[in-house]
Design a protein. Structure first.
Ligand code: SAH
Length: 521
């Protein structure tokens, strides 16, 4: 996207799926993002790691940066030649002060673009089963701010509203709820008119109170409704009972933390969102090829001399082929290799590169892989069909060849030692291919989210991920964290850190998904 330009973007009401495609694309190329406190966590977690992030904006009464300073900051960042994103909750022009922020830019002839967002005024009712208009109930909708500008008194004209009829949506009005309801009734609205307050709509913690204009303030007091919330007044509110759908989704109410690199979890995150969970993508670790790597160079130079290649993770597979391509070596150098994988994920990754695995153990651990592969190579094949069928006569049938089988295991720098020890009767070469490095957490304050008990489930796919998490959270008490772990080793690390542990039946993503569903109950 263009440099020296400001993109005024509406982020929608919270659900990551309601961010527009245009907004997402521009966000990926931003040099700096100035964001509001109203922008949802799931959306903030999509802001790319590389760009600068500045918290501005407001939460009624708690100004982080005065509006004038935000305006000047936008101008300065654009004049410095940056691609500047101003990210706002909902739609930027609906009570978002978007207009004010553009004035200074226009005066200084700085280029800008406005990317409209899904407004909470319509989407939050929708997520609560309330259509803001309806042929039988309301032929107009009025969106009203209950927040007055300091020092100005331009009271809401309740009389005019009641005369017009239709649905009324009040934003920034929770504190003024009793006055609003009283004002409407004084202006002649029947006390039994349906009315609702909808809190944190479209997120995992959305709540609603549906009552009448007369009883709503008291009901909200009882339920301790907090912010942000909108008030909806009108006959359409009675439809929420019949039409409410968001809570019916299988993972509704779950706020799930994923910490793997985004490209590896996009599909998984998508499936969890499909089931109604709010998903935070906060990569805490990254896998990197070890470069330079003379041992790898040597192995690649004589790839045709290995009879077996063994992969212990999807990342290992991906990085292996990446390293191969980087050395301008093509797939024919693997023509004579047979390939073993640790489990489903690696098998799938391998298939993306056009190879079908020759062997996969019954249990997806390094120990089982070593043990079962050894048995397989020695000709003691398993009967239960979990091993993939033979494609050619195994060298294992050749007593002279077996001992000298050359096996290459390109994997993480500190891989599980049990794998190699089970295979030591062969000519095994343990090849450190990549390492796992911790990443700086992005924009979200994980510590705060954990302390407030906002995250319902944290998903761990390796012990190194647990270590990064613990490091980021410092001294925080982790007893409240429900950890969904991919395997025993990971669970042991999470338990040692004090978390409540839940372990997937098998070390694969599908099992994790099932586990999360079971944890949800
Ligand atoms: N531009 C925004 C509104 C900004 S005013 C939009 O188009 O949605 C801020 C008010 O929006 C809040 O006080 C609250 O009334 C409402 N709001 C924003 N997000 C909300 C959400 N997820 N749930 C309920 N109300 C929300």
């Amino acid at each position: 996207m263009e440099k020296g330009k400001v993109y005024l973007i509406g982020a929608g009401p919270g659900d990551a799926g309601l961010l527009t495609r245009r907004a997402y694309d521009v966000l990926q190329t931003a040099d700096v993002v100035l964001y509001d406190s109203l922008v949802g966590d799931a959306i903030l977690s999509l802001v790319p790691a590389g760009c600068r992030k500045i918290a501005v904006g407001k939460r009624a009464g708690n100004h982080l940066l005065p509006q004038e300073e935000t305006n000047v900051l936008l101008l300065r960042e654009a004049l410095d030649g940056n691609c500047v994103v101003r990210l706002k909750g909902g739609d930027p022009f609906l009570f978002g002060r978007g207009g004010e922020e553009l004035e200074l830019l226009a005066e200084n002839a700085v280029a800008f673009e406005v990317i409209p967002g899904v407004t909470s005024a319509i989407a939050v009712p929708a997520y609560n089963g309330i259509p803001v208009t309806h042929r039988d109930w309301a032929s107009s909708v009025h969106i009203i701010t209950a927040h007055r500008r300091a020092g100005k008194t331009d009271p809401i004209n309740y009389k005019a509203l009641v005369e017009m009829g239709g649905t009324f949506v009040f934003l920034m009005g929770v504190r003024a709820l009793p006055e609003i309801c009283a004002g409407l009734m004084e202006a002649g609205m029947p006390a039994e008119t349906p009315a609702a307050v909808l809190e944190r709509g479209t997120t995992a913690s959305q709540r609603r109170v549906v009552a009448t204009v007369q009883t709503l303030p008291e009901e909200c007091e009882k339920e301790q409704i907090g912010m942000p919330a909108i008030i909806v007044v009108g006959e359409v509110c009675r439809l929420s009972e019949e039409f409410a759908w968001a809570e019916e989704r299988p993972l509704a109410g779950e706020k799930i933390l994923l910490m793997r690199p985004r490209q590896l979890i996009r599909e998984f995150a998508g499936r969890l969102r499909e089931k109604g969970a709010e998903v935070l993508e906060v990569p805490l670790i990254e896998t990197r090829l070890i470069e330079p790597n003379p041992q790898l160079d040597a192995a690649f130079a004589s790839l045709c001399e290995y009879q077996w290649l063994v992969f212990t993770s999807p990342s290992g597979v991906r990085l292996f082929f990446e390293a191969l391509a980087a050395r301008r070596q093509d797939l024919r150098s693997l023509m004579r290799c047979r390939i073993a994988v640790i489990g489903e994920g690696s098998r799938r990754e391998l298939e993306k590169h056009g190879f079908i695995a020759d062997f996969m153990p019954e249990t997806y651990t390094g120990e089982a892989l070593g043990r079962e592969l050894c048995a397989y190579l020695k000709g003691q094949r398993k009967q239960d069909g979990n091993c993939l069928p033979e494609q050619q006569t195994s060298s294992g049938d050749d007593p002279a060849g077996e001992e000298n089988l050359r096996i290459l295991i390109p994997r993480a720098k500190e891989g599980n030692p049990e794998l190699v020890s089970h295979l030591k009767e062969f000519a095994v070469e343990d090849l450190p291919l990549y390492e796992t490095v911790p990443l700086e957490p992005g924009i979200l304050d994980l510590k705060e989210l954990v302390q407030k008990g906002e995250i319902t489930t944290a998903v761990f796919t390796s012990a190194s991920m647990v270590r990064s998490f613990v490091q980021v959270l410092g001294e925080t008490d982790l007893r409240g964290v429900r950890a969904a772990c991919i395997g025993k080793q990971t669970a042991a690390a999470a338990e040692a850190a004090g978390m409540q542990i839940f372990v997937a039946e098998q070390a694969k993503i599908e099992s994790l998904e099932k586990l999360i569903q079971e944890m949800h109950g």
